[in-house]
Ligand binder design. Structure first.
Ligand code: URA
Length: 424
């Protein structure tokens, strides 16, 4: 192990058999955490080439079982992590309601970004630890499931991720790609849609790096025989209005019931859902099917069925409400919203949920570019109002409107860049 660490430290590329030996040895307890931590830091500093990333992914997949496809054309979806990103909660039941099954393996919260599993846990009774057989049966019977990989699917990812988190080696392109794709391959879905976040609130703020990650995700998936599509979406500010576990569930419910749709959240959901239908082999008019599923109540009904199948209490919706202490954070001056610090808001919402429960968090009331007058509500804090000054500091207000940003920066399939907006 010492020699492998030294080779990687010096910028060499390690052979596939060595990656397999290291990952298997760590799982078996023959390779110590300290040795893997040193190797991860060498990977972070030196980077992994394409062959190494593929070898590491394969070793991580082989650390556990691989599900057979739960249904022939089912799809999975993955976001690289954002703030106010309730997309999975919306598109998974929505796409299932249109007839394409969704088998989604998810992760927990990473740093300031919210995790879909943590949001689902805000629904009383919901179990995200489904054994692979139960996961596949639910995908077939209900049409969709969202679950943790658990100890049987790519368990090396959980082990390596915990070490990366402790050693500040998360944001490494090769390590991120291997982590994400290993879970997706083990989950068994034949087609995958990746939402790669770009901007200050994302793992990679830089457009070129986000695009390189998307390319790697698509290429790696293809190497394992999966059809993958990826696009880059904006994460310079929170995506939806709600930031916090229960508040994002409530936002997803309002969306699926047609009561309230944030325009940026809708822009990403519509795009992802349409691509999930396409890669899942849906032959009809995707846009029309999605509108019908929302308007007819089938999408929300599917969400309820998915939660019920995963153990939600029958009265979960009545028991989930915003925290009763609500504090409005107002603009101190007039001008234009020039920036909203997604990292700060994500961290504050996480602290609020940890301290005050799943009804705590934030609702963002303005968007970058909005004109504001003194006293206009920028956000509402649910839970401990002591954090209101930190929330206020996350909004910068200037005299001129900032340049507009696109919501979608690029898209690619099978490694081909289809379109790119060079606006960052
Ligand atoms: N999401 C993952 O699943 N893994 C990473 O390393 C980063 C984001």
């Amino acid at each position: 192990m010492r020699r492998a660490i030294a080779r990687k430290r010096d910028g060499e590329s390690l052979e596939p058999a060595l990656w397999s030996e290291i990952v298997a040895g760590h799982g078996a307890g023959h390779v110590a955490d300290a040795e893997v931590a040193a190797l991860l830091m060498a990977c972070f500093v030196r980077g992994l080439d394409g062959a190494e990333t593929e070898a590491l992914t394969r070793a991580m997949v082989e650390s556990g079982e691989t599900n057979a496809p739960p249904a022939p054309n089912c799809v999975d979806k993955h976001s690289t992590g954002g703030v106010g990103d309730a997309v999975s909660l919306i598109v998974v039941p929505l796409v299932a309601a249109c007839g394409v099954r969704v088998a989604k393996l998810s992760g927990g919260a990473l740093g300031h970004t919210g995790g879909t599993l943590d949001k689902l846990r805000a629904v009383e009774g919901v179990d995200v630890h489904l054994a692979p057989e139960r996961f596949a049966a639910q995908v077939r019977d209900v049409g969709c499931a969202i679950a943790a990989p658990g100890p049987r699917l790519a368990p090396a990812d959980a082990r390596l991720y915990a070490l990366r988190d402790r050693t500040a080696t998360v944001a490494s392109l090769g390590l991120v790609a291997a982590s994400i794709v290993s879970k997706k391959i083990a989950g068994g879905a034949p087609a995958i849609v990746f939402d790669v976040k770009v901007g200050g609130g994302a793992l990679f703020a830089d457009l070129a790096q986000a695009r390189a990650l998307a390319e790697s995700l698509v290429r790696l998936s293809a190497a394992f025989g999966r059809h993958a599509y990826a696009f880059g979406s904006d994460m310079e500010e929170p995506l939806g209005g709600a930031v916090g576990t229960g508040l994002e569930i409530l936002e997803a419910c309002a969306y699926l019931r047609g009561e309230r749709r944030d325009s940026r959240l809708a822009g990403v959901c519509e795009r992802i859902a349409a691509e999930m239908l396409r890669v899942g082999g849906f032959a009809g008019d995707a846009r029309r099917a999605l509108e019908t599923a929302l308007a007819g109540g089938e999408a929300f009904a599917r969400f309820e069925r998915m939660l019920a199948a995963q153990g939600a209490r029958a009265d979960w919706a009545a028991r989930l409400a915003p925290h009763r202490t609500a504090t409005s954070v107002a603009a101190a001056r007039s001008g234009y919203v020039c920036g909203i610090d997604a990292v700060a808001l994500g961290e504050i919402a996480r602290e609020l949920c940890e301290r005050d429960g799943s009804g705590a968090g934030l609702r963002v009331a303005v968007r970058t570019g909005d004109a504001v007058a003194p006293g206009r509500t920028l956000a509402t804090v649910f839970g401990d109002r002591a954090c209101a000054p930190r929330v206020a500091a996350a909004f910068s207000i200037g005299d001129e409107p900032p340049p507009e940003r696109p919501l979608i920066y690029f898209e690619m399939e099978a490694g081909e860049l289809r379109s790119t907006l060079e606006t960052r």
